[in-house]
Design a protein around this ligand. Structure first.
Ligand code: ASP
Ligand code: MG
Length: 417
Protein backbone atom coordinates (compact mmCIF):
# COMPACT_ATOMS: atom_id res chain seq x y z
CA UNK A 1 0.00 0.00 0.00
CA UNK A 2 1.14 3.54 -0.63
CA UNK A 3 -0.05 6.79 0.93
CA UNK A 4 -0.27 9.90 -1.23
CA UNK A 5 -0.80 13.30 0.32
CA UNK A 6 -1.99 16.39 -1.51
CA UNK A 7 -1.71 19.74 0.23
CA UNK A 8 -3.98 22.75 -0.08
CA UNK A 9 -1.91 24.37 -2.83
CA UNK A 10 -2.29 21.31 -5.05
CA UNK A 11 -6.10 21.46 -4.94
CA UNK A 12 -6.62 25.19 -4.75
CA UNK A 13 -8.91 25.25 -7.80
CA UNK A 14 -10.54 23.05 -10.45
CA UNK A 15 -7.27 22.81 -12.34
CA UNK A 16 -5.66 21.37 -9.23
CA UNK A 17 -8.34 18.71 -8.88
CA UNK A 18 -7.90 17.78 -12.55
CA UNK A 19 -4.18 17.56 -11.93
CA UNK A 20 -4.79 15.23 -8.97
CA UNK A 21 -6.72 12.98 -11.39
CA UNK A 22 -3.88 13.04 -13.91
CA UNK A 23 -1.24 12.29 -11.25
CA UNK A 24 -3.19 9.23 -10.13
CA UNK A 25 -3.48 8.10 -13.74
CA UNK A 26 0.23 8.54 -14.34
CA UNK A 27 1.50 6.97 -11.16
CA UNK A 28 -1.10 4.26 -10.61
CA UNK A 29 -3.57 4.07 -7.74
CA UNK A 30 -4.18 0.47 -7.00
CA UNK A 31 -3.89 -0.15 -3.26
CA UNK A 32 -3.43 3.50 -2.40
CA UNK A 33 -4.80 5.87 0.16
CA UNK A 34 -4.97 9.54 -0.75
CA UNK A 35 -4.95 12.16 1.98
CA UNK A 36 -6.17 15.58 0.89
CA UNK A 37 -6.12 18.76 2.92
CA UNK A 38 -8.42 21.76 2.64
CA UNK A 39 -8.49 23.52 -0.74
CA UNK A 40 -6.17 26.51 -1.09
CA UNK A 41 -6.49 28.80 1.90
CA UNK A 42 -9.80 27.37 3.08
CA UNK A 43 -8.56 26.50 6.58
CA UNK A 44 -7.88 30.20 7.12
CA UNK A 45 -11.33 31.08 5.74
CA UNK A 46 -12.97 28.62 8.14
CA UNK A 47 -10.93 30.06 10.99
CA UNK A 48 -12.56 33.38 10.19
CA UNK A 49 -15.95 31.71 10.49
CA UNK A 50 -14.94 30.36 13.89
CA UNK A 51 -13.89 33.81 15.08
CA UNK A 52 -17.00 35.52 13.77
CA UNK A 53 -19.22 32.90 15.40
CA UNK A 54 -17.31 32.88 18.67
CA UNK A 55 -17.33 36.67 18.93
CA UNK A 56 -20.94 36.91 17.72
CA UNK A 57 -19.98 39.13 14.80
CA UNK A 58 -22.60 39.97 12.18
CA UNK A 59 -20.08 39.12 9.40
CA UNK A 60 -20.56 35.45 10.21
CA UNK A 61 -23.02 34.86 7.37
CA UNK A 62 -20.82 36.70 4.86
CA UNK A 63 -17.88 34.52 5.87
CA UNK A 64 -19.94 31.36 5.40
CA UNK A 65 -21.18 32.60 2.06
CA UNK A 66 -17.57 33.10 0.99
CA UNK A 67 -16.63 29.47 1.56
CA UNK A 68 -19.91 28.22 0.06
CA UNK A 69 -19.18 30.23 -3.09
CA UNK A 70 -15.57 29.08 -3.20
CA UNK A 71 -16.47 25.39 -3.23
CA UNK A 72 -19.48 25.87 -5.48
CA UNK A 73 -17.31 27.65 -8.02
CA UNK A 74 -14.84 24.75 -8.08
CA UNK A 75 -17.72 22.31 -8.50
CA UNK A 76 -19.13 24.45 -11.31
CA UNK A 77 -15.77 24.31 -13.06
CA UNK A 78 -15.51 20.55 -12.65
CA UNK A 79 -19.03 19.34 -13.31
CA UNK A 80 -21.17 20.24 -16.30
CA UNK A 81 -24.45 19.16 -14.83
CA UNK A 82 -25.83 21.70 -12.34
CA UNK A 83 -28.01 19.10 -10.69
CA UNK A 84 -25.11 16.70 -10.11
CA UNK A 85 -25.19 15.05 -6.69
CA UNK A 86 -21.89 16.76 -5.81
CA UNK A 87 -24.00 19.84 -5.02
CA UNK A 88 -26.10 17.88 -2.54
CA UNK A 89 -22.92 16.68 -0.87
CA UNK A 90 -21.64 20.23 -0.59
CA UNK A 91 -25.03 21.38 0.67
CA UNK A 92 -25.20 18.65 3.28
CA UNK A 93 -21.81 19.67 4.68
CA UNK A 94 -23.04 23.24 5.03
CA UNK A 95 -26.31 22.01 6.55
CA UNK A 96 -24.22 20.28 9.21
CA UNK A 97 -22.23 23.45 9.77
CA UNK A 98 -25.37 25.58 10.11
CA UNK A 99 -26.95 23.07 12.45
CA UNK A 100 -23.88 23.21 14.66
CA UNK A 101 -23.95 27.00 14.66
CA UNK A 102 -27.63 27.05 15.61
CA UNK A 103 -27.52 24.39 18.27
CA UNK A 104 -24.09 24.50 19.87
CA UNK A 105 -24.03 25.59 23.50
CA UNK A 106 -20.41 24.67 24.30
CA UNK A 107 -18.32 27.79 24.82
CA UNK A 108 -14.86 26.21 24.58
CA UNK A 109 -13.12 27.99 21.71
CA UNK A 110 -10.90 25.04 20.82
CA UNK A 111 -13.85 22.67 20.69
CA UNK A 112 -15.80 25.05 18.47
CA UNK A 113 -12.76 25.52 16.26
CA UNK A 114 -12.40 21.81 15.54
CA UNK A 115 -16.11 21.29 14.84
CA UNK A 116 -16.11 24.12 12.29
CA UNK A 117 -12.69 24.10 10.63
CA UNK A 118 -12.70 20.38 9.81
CA UNK A 119 -15.48 20.97 7.28
CA UNK A 120 -12.90 22.34 4.85
CA UNK A 121 -11.34 18.88 4.59
CA UNK A 122 -14.73 17.19 4.25
CA UNK A 123 -15.55 19.46 1.32
CA UNK A 124 -12.22 19.08 -0.46
CA UNK A 125 -12.29 15.28 -0.25
CA UNK A 126 -15.94 14.99 -1.26
CA UNK A 127 -15.46 17.13 -4.34
CA UNK A 128 -12.23 15.36 -5.30
CA UNK A 129 -13.57 11.86 -4.71
CA UNK A 130 -16.69 12.51 -6.79
CA UNK A 131 -14.66 14.10 -9.58
CA UNK A 132 -12.37 11.05 -9.75
CA UNK A 133 -15.36 8.69 -9.79
CA UNK A 134 -17.02 10.69 -12.51
CA UNK A 135 -13.88 10.36 -14.63
CA UNK A 136 -13.43 6.66 -14.19
CA UNK A 137 -11.18 6.39 -11.14
CA UNK A 138 -13.06 4.06 -8.85
CA UNK A 139 -12.52 5.12 -5.24
CA UNK A 140 -14.10 5.21 -1.84
CA UNK A 141 -14.55 8.36 0.21
CA UNK A 142 -13.47 7.59 3.74
CA UNK A 143 -14.40 9.61 6.80
CA UNK A 144 -11.05 9.74 8.56
CA UNK A 145 -12.82 10.31 11.88
CA UNK A 146 -13.79 6.63 11.81
CA UNK A 147 -10.08 5.80 11.72
CA UNK A 148 -7.93 8.27 13.62
CA UNK A 149 -8.79 8.31 17.31
CA UNK A 150 -7.42 10.98 19.61
CA UNK A 151 -7.87 12.45 23.06
CA UNK A 152 -10.09 15.52 23.46
CA UNK A 153 -7.31 18.05 23.45
CA UNK A 154 -8.99 20.12 20.75
CA UNK A 155 -6.73 21.85 18.21
CA UNK A 156 -3.72 19.70 19.07
CA UNK A 157 -5.20 16.32 19.77
CA UNK A 158 -2.94 13.44 20.67
CA UNK A 159 -3.29 10.21 18.72
CA UNK A 160 -4.34 7.04 20.49
CA UNK A 161 -2.14 4.70 18.48
CA UNK A 162 -3.65 1.42 19.57
CA UNK A 163 -7.22 2.36 18.79
CA UNK A 164 -6.19 4.14 15.60
CA UNK A 165 -4.24 1.23 14.20
CA UNK A 166 -6.95 -1.27 14.95
CA UNK A 167 -9.65 1.02 13.50
CA UNK A 168 -7.63 1.64 10.34
CA UNK A 169 -7.02 -2.02 9.78
CA UNK A 170 -10.65 -2.80 10.48
CA UNK A 171 -12.04 -0.14 8.12
CA UNK A 172 -9.76 -0.55 5.11
CA UNK A 173 -9.72 -3.25 2.51
CA UNK A 174 -6.69 -3.98 0.38
CA UNK A 175 -6.63 -3.30 -3.37
CA UNK A 176 -8.93 -0.32 -3.07
CA UNK A 177 -8.35 3.37 -3.56
CA UNK A 178 -9.43 5.53 -0.63
CA UNK A 179 -9.80 9.27 -0.56
CA UNK A 180 -9.66 10.73 2.91
CA UNK A 181 -9.08 13.90 4.93
CA UNK A 182 -5.90 15.11 6.52
CA UNK A 183 -5.73 17.10 9.76
CA UNK A 184 -8.98 15.90 11.38
CA UNK A 185 -9.71 12.99 13.68
CA UNK A 186 -12.20 12.18 16.42
CA UNK A 187 -12.25 11.67 20.17
CA UNK A 188 -13.98 8.85 22.01
CA UNK A 189 -17.25 10.78 22.07
CA UNK A 190 -17.16 10.93 18.27
CA UNK A 191 -16.50 14.65 18.23
CA UNK A 192 -14.17 16.10 15.62
CA UNK A 193 -10.65 16.94 16.78
CA UNK A 194 -7.71 18.37 14.81
CA UNK A 195 -4.03 17.52 14.89
CA UNK A 196 -2.72 21.09 14.73
CA UNK A 197 -2.21 23.37 11.71
CA UNK A 198 -0.41 21.71 8.84
CA UNK A 199 -1.45 18.39 10.33
CA UNK A 200 -2.27 16.58 7.08
CA UNK A 201 1.29 15.37 6.56
CA UNK A 202 1.02 13.80 9.97
CA UNK A 203 -2.22 12.08 8.93
CA UNK A 204 -0.33 10.50 6.03
CA UNK A 205 2.36 9.34 8.47
CA UNK A 206 -0.26 7.81 10.80
CA UNK A 207 -1.89 5.79 8.00
CA UNK A 208 1.49 4.67 6.71
CA UNK A 209 2.51 3.46 10.15
CA UNK A 210 -0.70 1.58 10.87
CA UNK A 211 -0.88 0.02 7.42
CA UNK A 212 2.85 -0.65 7.22
CA UNK A 213 2.78 1.12 3.89
CA UNK A 214 5.50 0.72 1.31
CA UNK A 215 5.95 4.46 0.87
CA UNK A 216 4.47 7.90 1.43
CA UNK A 217 4.50 10.58 -1.26
CA UNK A 218 3.77 14.19 -0.37
CA UNK A 219 3.03 16.40 -3.37
CA UNK A 220 4.05 20.01 -2.96
CA UNK A 221 4.54 23.14 -5.02
CA UNK A 222 8.34 22.72 -4.85
CA UNK A 223 10.42 20.05 -6.61
CA UNK A 224 11.36 18.44 -3.29
CA UNK A 225 13.44 19.39 -0.27
CA UNK A 226 15.92 22.12 -1.16
CA UNK A 227 19.14 23.02 0.63
CA UNK A 228 17.87 26.56 1.28
CA UNK A 229 14.68 28.60 1.10
CA UNK A 230 14.35 29.82 -2.52
CA UNK A 231 12.64 33.00 -1.29
CA UNK A 232 15.87 33.96 0.50
CA UNK A 233 18.65 32.40 -1.60
CA UNK A 234 18.90 32.75 -5.38
CA UNK A 235 20.73 29.48 -5.87
CA UNK A 236 19.31 26.38 -4.32
CA UNK A 237 20.07 22.69 -4.76
CA UNK A 238 17.51 19.90 -4.72
CA UNK A 239 18.42 17.24 -2.18
CA UNK A 240 17.92 13.82 -3.78
CA UNK A 241 18.04 11.98 -0.52
CA UNK A 242 18.20 12.85 3.15
CA UNK A 243 18.01 10.66 6.22
CA UNK A 244 15.13 10.90 8.71
CA UNK A 245 17.61 12.14 11.26
CA UNK A 246 18.88 14.90 9.00
CA UNK A 247 15.33 15.99 8.16
CA UNK A 248 14.49 16.15 11.86
CA UNK A 249 17.66 18.14 12.56
CA UNK A 250 16.83 20.58 9.78
CA UNK A 251 13.27 21.02 11.02
CA UNK A 252 14.62 21.65 14.52
CA UNK A 253 16.72 24.56 13.27
CA UNK A 254 13.70 26.02 11.50
CA UNK A 255 13.71 24.60 7.98
CA UNK A 256 10.21 24.08 6.70
CA UNK A 257 11.05 20.55 5.57
CA UNK A 258 8.68 18.02 7.07
CA UNK A 259 7.48 18.17 10.64
CA UNK A 260 9.26 15.71 12.98
CA UNK A 261 5.84 14.54 14.14
CA UNK A 262 5.24 13.24 10.62
CA UNK A 263 8.67 11.65 10.39
CA UNK A 264 8.67 9.80 13.70
CA UNK A 265 6.13 7.08 12.80
CA UNK A 266 7.76 6.65 9.39
CA UNK A 267 11.19 6.37 10.90
CA UNK A 268 10.00 3.74 13.36
CA UNK A 269 8.77 1.52 10.53
CA UNK A 270 11.47 2.63 8.08
CA UNK A 271 8.90 3.69 5.53
CA UNK A 272 10.45 6.02 2.93
CA UNK A 273 8.87 9.41 2.37
CA UNK A 274 9.08 11.13 -1.00
CA UNK A 275 8.54 14.83 -1.47
CA UNK A 276 7.61 15.62 -5.06
CA UNK A 277 6.25 18.43 -7.13
CA UNK A 278 2.60 18.16 -8.12
CA UNK A 279 3.56 19.98 -11.31
CA UNK A 280 6.16 17.33 -12.26
CA UNK A 281 4.98 14.20 -10.48
CA UNK A 282 7.20 11.87 -12.47
CA UNK A 283 10.43 13.49 -11.33
CA UNK A 284 12.17 11.84 -8.41
CA UNK A 285 11.96 14.71 -5.95
CA UNK A 286 13.52 14.00 -2.56
CA UNK A 287 13.46 10.75 -0.69
CA UNK A 288 13.67 10.82 3.09
CA UNK A 289 14.71 7.46 4.43
CA UNK A 290 17.20 5.57 6.50
CA UNK A 291 20.76 5.70 5.28
CA UNK A 292 22.82 8.39 3.61
CA UNK A 293 22.63 11.63 5.59
CA UNK A 294 22.52 13.83 2.56
CA UNK A 295 22.87 13.35 -1.17
CA UNK A 296 24.32 15.41 -2.76
CA UNK A 297 26.54 16.28 0.16
CA UNK A 298 26.12 20.04 0.35
CA UNK A 299 25.69 22.74 2.96
CA UNK A 300 22.09 23.46 3.97
CA UNK A 301 21.07 26.94 5.04
CA UNK A 302 18.32 27.89 7.44
CA UNK A 303 17.48 31.51 8.18
CA UNK A 304 15.48 32.80 11.13
CA UNK A 305 14.66 36.47 11.33
CA UNK A 306 13.44 38.61 14.24
CA UNK A 307 15.72 37.07 16.79
CA UNK A 308 16.61 38.56 20.15
CA UNK A 309 19.92 37.94 21.88
CA UNK A 310 19.44 38.14 25.60
CA UNK A 311 22.44 38.21 27.96
CA UNK A 312 21.83 37.68 31.61
CA UNK A 313 24.34 38.18 34.40
CA UNK A 314 24.33 38.47 38.14
CA UNK A 315 23.91 42.00 39.51
CA UNK A 316 27.11 41.57 41.51
CA UNK A 317 28.90 39.77 38.67
CA UNK A 318 28.93 36.52 40.56
CA UNK A 319 29.13 33.33 38.52
CA UNK A 320 26.01 32.21 36.73
CA UNK A 321 25.46 28.80 38.23
CA UNK A 322 23.24 25.83 37.46
CA UNK A 323 20.46 27.03 39.78
CA UNK A 324 20.36 30.41 37.98
CA UNK A 325 20.23 28.72 34.61
CA UNK A 326 17.49 26.44 35.79
CA UNK A 327 15.47 29.44 37.00
CA UNK A 328 16.03 31.33 33.75
CA UNK A 329 14.77 28.35 31.77
CA UNK A 330 11.75 28.13 34.01
CA UNK A 331 10.92 31.72 33.09
CA UNK A 332 11.53 31.11 29.39
CA UNK A 333 9.20 28.14 29.56
CA UNK A 334 6.54 30.05 31.49
CA UNK A 335 6.53 32.85 28.93
CA UNK A 336 6.52 30.39 26.01
CA UNK A 337 9.70 31.86 24.58
CA UNK A 338 11.48 29.71 22.03
CA UNK A 339 15.22 29.30 22.53
CA UNK A 340 17.30 28.82 19.40
CA UNK A 341 20.83 29.00 20.78
CA UNK A 342 22.54 29.04 24.15
CA UNK A 343 25.94 30.37 25.14
CA UNK A 344 27.41 30.35 28.58
CA UNK A 345 30.41 32.12 30.11
CA UNK A 346 31.59 32.62 33.68
CA UNK A 347 29.49 35.65 34.44
CA UNK A 348 26.90 35.72 31.75
CA UNK A 349 24.39 33.45 30.15
CA UNK A 350 23.12 34.28 26.65
CA UNK A 351 20.17 32.92 24.73
CA UNK A 352 19.01 33.67 21.23
CA UNK A 353 15.24 33.69 21.43
CA UNK A 354 12.06 34.23 19.45
CA UNK A 355 9.13 36.15 20.87
CA UNK A 356 6.25 34.35 19.17
CA UNK A 357 3.63 35.10 21.82
CA UNK A 358 4.47 38.72 22.54
CA UNK A 359 5.70 37.91 25.97
CA UNK A 360 9.24 39.27 25.80
CA UNK A 361 8.38 42.42 27.78
CA UNK A 362 6.91 40.68 30.82
CA UNK A 363 9.77 38.17 30.71
CA UNK A 364 12.23 41.04 30.76
CA UNK A 365 10.52 42.57 33.80
CA UNK A 366 10.69 39.29 35.61
CA UNK A 367 14.38 38.76 34.82
CA UNK A 368 15.34 42.34 35.67
CA UNK A 369 14.07 41.99 39.20
CA UNK A 370 16.90 39.58 39.87
CA UNK A 371 19.54 39.83 37.15
CA UNK A 372 21.36 42.32 35.02
CA UNK A 373 19.92 41.97 31.55
CA UNK A 374 21.13 43.20 28.16
CA UNK A 375 19.55 42.48 24.82
CA UNK A 376 19.78 43.09 21.07
CA UNK A 377 16.70 42.96 18.86
CA UNK A 378 16.19 42.53 15.10
CA UNK A 379 18.88 39.93 14.65
CA UNK A 380 19.04 37.14 12.11
CA UNK A 381 20.14 33.64 12.96
CA UNK A 382 21.76 31.61 10.20
CA UNK A 383 22.21 27.91 10.70
CA UNK A 384 24.40 25.97 8.29
CA UNK A 385 24.23 22.21 8.44
CA UNK A 386 27.38 20.57 7.03
CA UNK A 387 29.16 23.88 6.76
CA UNK A 388 32.33 24.43 4.80
CA UNK A 389 34.75 27.34 4.64
CA UNK A 390 32.96 28.55 1.52
CA UNK A 391 29.48 28.30 2.91
CA UNK A 392 30.54 30.14 6.07
CA UNK A 393 32.09 32.90 3.95
CA UNK A 394 28.96 33.17 1.90
CA UNK A 395 26.89 33.94 4.98
CA UNK A 396 29.41 36.06 6.87
CA UNK A 397 30.55 38.26 4.03
CA UNK A 398 29.68 41.91 4.64
CA UNK A 399 27.64 41.20 7.77
CA UNK A 400 28.15 42.29 11.34
CA UNK A 401 28.51 39.11 13.34
CA UNK A 402 27.24 39.18 16.91
CA UNK A 403 27.85 35.59 17.90
CA UNK A 404 29.07 32.43 16.25
CA UNK A 405 28.94 28.83 17.37
CA UNK A 406 30.42 25.84 15.58
CA UNK A 407 29.92 22.19 16.28
CA UNK A 408 31.02 19.28 14.15
CA UNK A 409 28.16 19.48 11.64
CA UNK A 410 26.41 22.73 12.42
CA UNK A 411 27.39 26.40 12.37
CA UNK A 412 25.14 29.03 13.89
CA UNK A 413 25.77 32.69 13.27
CA UNK A 414 23.83 35.58 14.66
CA UNK A 415 24.13 38.74 12.60
CA UNK A 416 22.75 42.25 12.79
CA UNK A 417 19.58 42.49 10.62
N1 ASP B 1 -5.74 22.28 6.24
C1 ASP B 1 -4.94 22.28 7.41
C2 ASP B 1 -4.07 23.53 7.46
O1 ASP B 1 -4.05 24.28 6.51
C3 ASP B 1 -4.07 21.10 7.54
C4 ASP B 1 -3.05 20.92 6.46
O2 ASP B 1 -3.20 21.47 5.37
O3 ASP B 1 -2.08 20.25 6.69
O4 ASP B 1 -3.40 23.75 8.43
MG1 MG C 1 -3.16 23.28 4.12
Amino acid sequence: MKILKFGGASVKDAKGVRNLFSILQKTGYNDALVVISAMGKMTNAFEEIVNAYYNKKPELYKKIEFVVNFHTKIANDLFMNRSHYVYQEIQSTFDDLNLFIDQNSNIDYNYIYDQIVGNAEILSTKISSIYLLENGIENEWLDVRKCIQTDSNYRSAKVNWNNTCSQINYELEKQKLYITQGFIASDNLGRTTTLGREGSDYTAGIFAYCLQAKEVIIYKDVPGVLNADPRVFDQTILLNQISYKEAIEMAFYGASVIHPKTLQPLQRMEIPLFVKSFKDPLLNGTSIRKGITLEPKTSCFIVKKDQILLSISDKEFAFIMEDDISEIFDFLHQFRIKVNLIQNSAISFSVCIEDNFNSFKPLLEKLKSKYRVLYNRDLTLYTIRHFTKDSLNKIEEGKKIILKQLSRETAQIIVLK
